[in-house]
Design a protein around this ligand. Structure first.
Ligand code: 13P
Length: 250
């Protein structure tokens, strides 16, 4: 069975609850339920309730958070746990997003603990991996991606690895307007797919591997049709309801 493509909107630190309501009014009019794809929104944590409310008649649309802490609870000012996120309606969590790694200094060991915490809480981690420009230029893309993939999954059992989502987001393509060529994305996705098989066997053959990095309405079709690309994780182009609806209908 081929899994449905996943279209995921990472709003990053954009859209207040009020913005989200306006966005959803337009988006829901432009995107009728389609059984052949999965749509997920990752709004800011404080906007999650507004999005959840807006989609309560639309069980086909799913929610995630952009980050969690790995501990159950405690003195971690500013953080949110997996359980809190799950209770608020998030079924998914982004782990190891490039901005977490490179703006906030998140380490591989933290991605490992966050994936484990997500799994404990019954959430699906979306583990993000990707190389920086200088790493790509030094020919280190595969090594970087494999290191991040192995670290993020290190404490998960094979069944859990088989049920997660991976996102390949080359750092040089994020928010820059420079998209990876579909064949370049495919080549890295194939490396990820092989490693998933080595880690957790046959059950990973349909694991969605999303591409992210300046995906938009113009390049979405070429990317989504590339071999081994199981969906898109979209930042900038998911902020406008019309553009996002166009991408999701691809
Ligand atoms: P852009 O689509 O804005 O390049 O962002 C990609 C991204 O980081 C999604 O998580």
């Amino acid at each position: 069975m081929i899994r449905k493509p996943v279209f995921a909107a990472n709003w990053k630190m954009n859209h207040t609850s009020r913005d989200a309501k306006t966005f959803m009014r337009t988006f829901l009019m432009q995107y009728a339920r389609r059984p052949d794809r999965t749509v997920v929104f990752f709004p800011p944590a404080l906007t999650l309730a507004a999005v959840s409310d807006a989609i309560k008649e639309r069980q086909d649309i799913l929610l995630g958070v952009q980050n969690i802490h790995w501990e159950l609870k405690g003195a971690f000012t500013g953080e949110q746990s997996a359980e809190m996120s799950r209770e608020a309606g998030a079924a998914f969590v982004l782990v190891g997003h490039s901005e977490r790694r490179h703006v906030f200094g998140e380490k591989d060991e933290e991605t490992q603990k966050k994936c484990a915490a997500a799994n404990r809480a019954g959430m699906t981690p979306v583990l993000c991996v990707g190389e920086k420009l200088e790493e790509r230029e030094r020919g280190e893309t595969d090594a970087v991606v494999l290191r991040q993939l192995r670290a993020g999954t290190a404490s998960l059992d094979p069944a859990t690895i088989g049920s997660m989502i991976i996102a390949y987001e080359p750092v040089w393509a994020i928010g820059t307007g420079k998209t990876a060529q579909p064949e370049d994305a495919s080549a890295v996705h194939a490396v990820i797919r092989r490693e998933l098989a080595a880690l957790a066997g046959e059950r990973t053959k349909d694991t969605p591997i999303l591409y992210g990095g300046s995906a938009n309405a113009g390049n979405a079709a070429a990317l989504i049709n590339a071999a081994n690309v199981g969906g898109l994780l979209v930042g900038g182009a998911s902020l406008e309801p019309e553009a996002w609806a166009t991408i999701v209908r691809t």
